[in-house]
Write a protein that binds this ligand. Structure first.
Ligand code: ADP
Ligand code: MG
Length: 341
């Protein structure tokens, strides 16, 4: 299809989404490129190495639903790829390549320049090559498919959690939700705190190195896109187990809490719990591992420069029990974000 405009569909692809003169991927320290053919033909060609599996995931971002129309295009380019890389991370895969399907209401070169800059900055940081896509006119919609690789049989799945395993989370939780509530006007944040939370919402960090470091250590993993409790449920259902979650430990992972302006904001316990437990848009890893592998998990965190924290444990009894530090039940009526709920 044609996205008309002064530039035209192919001019647009050529200018913003085709790159030449980049160093050969095989010269990069991360390992040889698996991309045999990139943008420009009817298909891209990937050449998986012997003994490796391809990990594939797609995520779509729709204006008004997943991002605000006012968002900085460079941040949007980053986020569109970041949410996809986060899925690779949750499987423990190394990013290889991605495709980009883009619907644009019109050709705005300033927007395209910013979007592609943010997109490629993150792609380059992970040696993940744009190998194809589709471009058409329509309501703003960004759909990316990522391809990663990992040794056959080593993918982290949702189904491997066992009663007695520890429950771990990476990085920070709840800050994106704080920013969303501030945008909606249901919460007032001091400006320094708001900017920090907003950056977490608009430029999430996919935990790609941690995911790979957890291969052979984590028994199950998922990335947190719809909120901790909601995504935890995916592990519990796939693994046929239950869990106990320490709400106080989860709240400690809200970066805004540790921020100098955090005290000034005086966030109440209800808000903190809602953000940490069912915030959404965190793109952290939630994973399980046997207690005798605690040191190995901590070592994986150090090796990938990613904080990891224990926030609960897996139990045989189905369902989720949210407790405070002393083990007392916490009244909990939060659910995960559901686009059709
Ligand atoms: P086809 O008609 O075969 O679907 P297109 O004319 O849509 O091919 O695209 C031409 C080439 O440009 C293809 O290699 C396609 O993968 C690539 N391409 C199209 N849109 C994008 C995009 N947004 N980003 C990267 N590559 C793109
Ligand atoms: Mg096409």
């Amino acid at each position: 299809m044609s996205a008309t405009g002064t530039l035209g569909e192919f001019g647009l692809i050529e200018r913003y989404f085709t790159r030449r003169g980049r160093p050969a991927a095989s010269a990069r320290p991360e390992g040889s490129s698996r991309v045999a053919l990139g943008v420009g033909d009817d298909c891209a060609l990937l050449a998986p190495a012997p003994g490796m599996q391809l990990a594939i995931s797609t995520d779509m971002l729709v204006e008004g639903r997943h991002f605000l129309s006012t968002v900085d295009p460079a941040r949007l380019g980053h986020k569109a790829l970041a949410v996809n890389l986060s899925d690779l991370a949750a499987c423990g895969a190394r990013p290889v390549a991605f495709t980009l399907a883009l619907a644009l209401p019109s050709v705005e070169e300033g927007w395209l320049a910013g979007f592609s800059r943010g997109l490629f900055a993150l792609a380059d940081a992970h040696s993940c090559e744009l190998v194809g896509g589709d471009t058409t006119r329509g309501p703003l919609n960004i759909s990316i498919t990522v391809f990663g690789e990992l040794p056959a049989g080593s993918a982290l799945l949702r189904s491997g959690a066992r009663a007695g395993d520890d429950l771990w989370a990476s990085g920070t939780l709840g800050d994106a939700r704080l920013a969303l509530e501030a945008f909606r006007g249901t919460l007032v944040l001091p400006s320094a705190l708001f900017e920090m939370a907003r950056a977490r919402m608009e430029q999430p960090t996919p935990r790609v190195a941690l995911g790979q470091a957890l291969r052979g250590i984590a028994s199950a993993a998922v990335d947190v896109s719809d909120g901790l409790l909601g995504d935890l449920r995916h592990i519990l259902e796939a693994s046929r187990v239950g869990a106990r979650v320490d709400a106080d430990a989860a709240i400690e992972l809200i970066a805004a809490n540790a921020h100098p302006a955090g005290g000034e904001a005086r966030l109440d316990m209800e808000t903190l719990r809602r953000c940490a437990l069912s915030g959404g848009d965190d793109y952290e890893l939630l994973f399980t591992a046997p207690p005798d592998l605690r040191q190995a998990v901590e070592q994986a965190g150090r090796a990938s420069a990613t904080p990891v924290a224990r926030i609960g444990r897996i139990e045989a009894e189905p369902g989720v029990r949210v407790v405070d530090r002393a083990g007392a039940p916490v009244a909990q009526r939060f659910t995960s974000f559901d686009h059709f709920g």
